[in-house]
Design a protein around this ligand. Structure first.
Ligand code: NAD
Length: 496
């Protein structure tokens, strides 16, 4: 499609300028078009070899009846280029509209969200002036798989999925990022003291991958302590890798701690493409030449590195740092250091005027190996010998509000066929209530009834379920109990 921004790049990347890399540009809503224009002007002036294809996504597309906010032409362009520079979009209020970012992440398999969060002292005041951390968040799994069910009157559940492949991919990405970007330490945050199987898997894979990078320091922290410590001493962290939900929260906390939402860029990357954007939203109230284009510009710098244009990336970065140092600031970062308060367009012009300069107090960016592309060979995957998997029982979840725990146990025992499976435990909300429960335990209508046996077959399980149904008990789901090389692949009941 055509865009009002198209003239900025008219002829800029054709013919004599060599081979330009096609990229898709979605200016977005609110301040999106202004900051996108500012960024493209800077990139062009710095000599970026890019050929933008402009597409429209966001509010107007949503309002035209497309609930994803992304039209076919946009998908076609992203498929062609594999690189999207995106302005923020406005999500219309009210139901029915899907999150555009979630749709893009899932459709394109953008499994890694990379968010560099650093303070820009002394330009932007922050309580954490020495913070310089990169949060790497797994983007597709965990509680975001979107598998939710309401199962009884009282109880709803959301499935937390952690996979070995997904964990290895994001953790390896974090280590490769650290290696190529000259970072010294990778921290993993999990909650495997509670979620021993799911977060335990993420932790285990972290240890396995870490062993391949002996030159990089590593540590693992429990997320609650880790996040509290991060807020207290962010300067002691370097790269942090986390499963989806923890990463979602920490990356927003970290971005706020830098002192300005206008100065953060974000990358979503995977084998199906890469999406570069600012961390902030469309701020419609600022769409009058006052917004700070720095967040999208930093995302643009990462995009240049991604497509291998390190020299241009370094030139842009250094001119931007020199602009900040000279006290040319947009209103959101204005302080005692400010010499000149400027609008979006004037800020872009100031950066362009400083192309070729290097900063004096900030460390200058270099177009060296330290800025290698983050386009990684994701083909590497540890081959793990399949464990011996054995079925040893089944958890039958029952919706029950007709009587006491003892009555439920008696009804289940009466229904159990004599086929080798035996009722061994009932839990409610994960707490063991039979045998020998505590009368103080709060019970809902959602009971996990565990049946175990030796060398259990599917036929035995089906016979058990048939008998339970025939007894008039409402079973609402089952989970098989497997051992893997003799190790239980299921949690025990608390209190067991
Ligand atoms: P917002 O980020 O747009 O604004 C939050 C605050 O930060 C406002 O005070 C705003 O003025 C300020 N701000 C944001 N960007 C700035 C910039 N570049 N320079 C200076 N100040 C800036 O968040 P919001 O108001 O909650 O959301 C507005 C819209 O953006 C909503 O429709 C929301 O759904 C959408 N949104 C989109 C994205 C995205 O596209 N990735 C992300 C977040 C929010």
């Amino acid at each position: 499609m055509s865009s009002v921004l198209e003239p900025i790049f008219e002829g800029a990347n054709s013919g004599a300028r060599g081979v330009a890399t096609p990229i898709t540009v979605a200016p977005g809503d609110g301040i999106g078009p202004e900051i996108t224009e500012a960024v493209l002007q800077i990139l062009q002036a710095a000599g970026a070899q890019i050929a933008p294809e402009f597409v429209e996504v966001g509010e107007r597309v949503y309002r035209s009846g497309n609930t994803s906010g992304i039209p076919e032409e946009a998908w076609a362009s992203i498929d062609r280029t594999g690189v999207l520079l995106k302005g923020p979009i406005t999500t219309p209020q009210g139901g029915g509209y899907k999150s555009l970012n979630v749709t893009m992440r899932k459709t394109l398999g953008l499994y890694a969200n990379v968010r560099p969060c650093r303070s820009w002292k002394p330009v932007v005041s922050s309580r954490h002036p020495d913070m310089d951390v990169v949060i790497i968040r797994e983007n597709e799994e965990d509680l975001y798989a979107g598998i939710e069910h309401r199962q009884t009157e009282d109880v709803a559940q959301c499935l937390k999925l952690i996979t070995r492949k997904g964990s290895e991919r994001i953790i390896r990405y974090a280590f490769e990022y650290a290696r190529t970007q000259n970072r010294q330490r990778v921290t993993c945050m999990v909650k495997d003291n509670i979620m021993k199987i799911t977060d335990g898997l993420f932790h285990r894979v972290f240890e396995e991958v870490a062993a391949e990078y002996p030159q990089i320091e590593t540590n693992v922290q429990i997320i609650d302590f880790g996040m509290a410590n991060f807020v207290h001493r962010p300067e002691s962290y370097d790269v942090i890798v986390l499963p989806n939900l923890y990463g979602d929260i920490l990356s927003d906390v970290a971005a706020q701690m830098t002192g300005s939402v206008g100065m953060g860029g974000s990358i979503n990357i995977g084998n199906g493409g890469a999406l570069f954007e600012a961390i902030h939203g469309s701020a419609p109230d600022l769409a009058r030449n006052v917004a700070n284009p720095s967040g999208l510009l930093l995302a643009g710098v990462e995009m240049l590195r991604h497509i291998g244009q390190h020299d241009v990336a370094a030139r842009v970065m250094n001119a931007w740092l020199a602009t900040l140092e000279d006290g040319v600031h947009t209103v959101d970062i204005a302080s005692k250091q400010t010499q000149q308060k400027v609008g979006t367009r004037e800020f872009a012009a100031a950066v362009i005027a400083r192309l070729g300069r290097v900063p004096e107090s900030f460390t200058a960016a270099e177009a060296t190996a330290a800025a290698e592309p983050m386009r990684l060979p994701h083909t590497h995957e540890t081959v793990v010998e399949a464990a011996e998997k054995k079925l040893v029982g089944v958890d039958v979840f029952v919706d029950w509000r007709q009587g006491s725990t003892e009555q439920l146990a008696a009804a289940l025992q009466a229904a159990t066929p004599a086929n080798g499976l035996k009722l061994v435990m009932i839990t409610n909300r994960g707490v063991k209530v039979w045998p020998q429960g505590n009368p103080k335990t709060l019970c809902t209508d959602h009971w996990r009834c565990r049946f175990q046996g030796e060398d259990v077959s599917h036929t035995q399980v089906v016979a058990l379920l048939g008998a339970v149904a025939a007894a008039g008990l409402d079973f609402i789901k089952t989970e098989h109990l497997y051992t893997f090389d003799g190790q239980a692949g299921y949690s025990l009941g608390q209190g067991q």
